[in-house]
Design a protein around this ligand. Structure first.
Ligand code: SDX
Length: 392
């Protein structure tokens, strides 16, 4: 009845790509950025250094790092006109919806100064995006809780600035704990880039048509929002709160294995990692450090560890090599710092902007790059005669 064609009209699929930015070995559970292991970068570097590394391919020396950091700092302000854009959203709008809208709208401010064929303008656009994301994210939070926007400050680090813009109020400055700022910076590093995941591929495909880079990042934010991708960190907390008590874990494990039940164990499994996601290990360690530093006892951490233990002893998960991924522990840290679950994926997008921008630059500067055009396997009808309406 239905035809089945494979034909090659002379073009090859341009959905996959060459890249020198991030290397993942899913079987070994290894992740490297420009040759440096994620464990080294998370333990010894900071987010500005990693941003420089992803963008330029080398770790910066002190002068390069200071100049890069100062340039980012000098671009953290948002055009004042953008404040009115926020006011168009409902107060209860999901912050990710606000991020998609505001970042996309930035293209209207910088469209005329973003000639993507001009290396200088490409770098300025890149710096602007990295610099403004914390401001945009913090403003999305402030708008959702009905508090006044807090402007960026040039005397604070990237992570400190974000924490201050998020949690300070006119009546009282937010007291920035060094341990929390360090944990925030480490979370940004761990989420910075991850090879050709769904949202990065979205940014590359959008950029391959020559679209404005701010619009491409907005497309990446849209893709990241999905619960199978960046939205999983929010979904993990929702799941843990649903489980509620260790005695309910077997019921949820059974549901996760039931093919007739759409429930999946959020924060488990990965398209590429068939071993531990190395980021999950670092985040698990940070969980303990941050909760101890803040003196927070979160029963959800004990629940998460028990869930991980039981799942990793269950044949279904072991045989399918389903291990905790980056999203399994991150939400517990973010909750301890004070973020609502609705902001978790926003933080993922904030950090991943560095990777998206680096990948966009790599794609746009590749002399061989062509417009993205993934192939399909046609499974539809063979050609057939038109049937007049009165004959149907
Ligand atoms: C991120 O790509 C990236 O790099 C993404 C990311 C990044 O940094 O950009 O790493 C960030 O998105 C991490 C993933 C966050 N998502 C979640 O935690 C959501 C829960 N995970 C699943 O939805 C799932 O594991 C995916 C979407 C992540 C991967 O889905 P796949 O590719 O279908 O998984 P698979 O092919 O390895 O599945 C093999 C089997 C299947 O069952 P069978 O058909 O063999 O019987 O395992 C099952 C799946 O149904 N399975 C799960 C499961 N994940 C896979 N069963 C229960 N719970 C799960 N979480």
């Amino acid at each position: 009845e239905t035809g089945y064609f494979t034909y090659d009209p002379g073009y090859t699929s341009t959905g996959s790509c060459d890249s020198a930015i991030t290397y993942i070995d899913g079987d070994k559970g290894e992740l490297q950025h420009r040759g440096y292991s994620i464990e080294d970068l998370a333990g010894k570097s900071d987010f500005m250094e990693v941003a420089y590394l992803l963008l330029h391919g080398e770790l910066p020396n002190k002068e390069e790092k200071d100049t890069f950091t100062q340039t980012i700092t000098n671009h953290t302000m948002l055009h004042e006109q953008m404040l009115f854009f926020y006011r168009g959203f409902r107060r209860d709008a999901h912050p990710m919806a606000i991020m998609v809208g505001v970042v996309g709208a930035l293209s209207s401010f910088y469209h005329d100064s973003t000639d993507i064929n001009d290396p200088h303008q490409r770098m300025v656009a890149s710096i602007r995006m990295i610099a403004k994301m914390p401001t945009i994210a913090a403003m999305a939070y402030k708008y959702s809780v009905g508090q006044p926007f807090v402007y960026p400050r040039n005397d604070l680090s990237y992570a400190e600035n974000f924490l201050n813009m998020t949690f300070s109020v006119p009546a009282e400055d937010y007291k920035i704990s060094p341990a929390v700022a360090r944990a925030m910076d480490r979370i940004f590093i761990l989420h910075a880039d991850h090879e050709q995941n769904a949202s990065t591929s979205t940014v590359r495909i959008a950029g391959s048509s020559g679209a404005n880079p701010f619009a491409c990042i907005a497309a990446g934010i849209s893709s990241l929002w999905g619960p199978a991708h960046g939205g999983a960190n929010e979904a993990v907390l929702t799941m843990l709160e649903q489980i509620g008590d260790k005695k309910n874990i077997p019921e949820f494990i059974a549901r996760a294995k039931d093919k007739n039940d759409p429930f999946r164990l959020m924060g488990f499994g990965h398209r590429v990692y068939k071993n531990f996601d190395p980021r999950a290990g670092v985040l698990k360690q940070s969980c303990h450090e941050v909760l101890e530093e803040l003196g927070v006892q979160d029963p959800l951490l004990d629940l998460a560890m028990e869930l991980e233990k039981i799942a990793l002893e269950d044949d279904y998960f072991v045989q399918r090599k389903l291990f905790p991924n980056v999203d399994f522990y991150s939400g517990i840290i973010l909750k301890a710092i004070g973020f609502p679950t609705s902001m978790f994926t926003v933080l993922f997008a904030l950090a991943r902007t560095v990777g998206w921008v680096a990948q966009w630059n790599e794609m746009i500067t590749d002399p061989n790059q062509k417009i993205g055009r993934p192939r399909q396997l046609f499974l539809g009808h063979a050609q057939r005669e038109y049937v007049e309406l009165e004959d149907r």
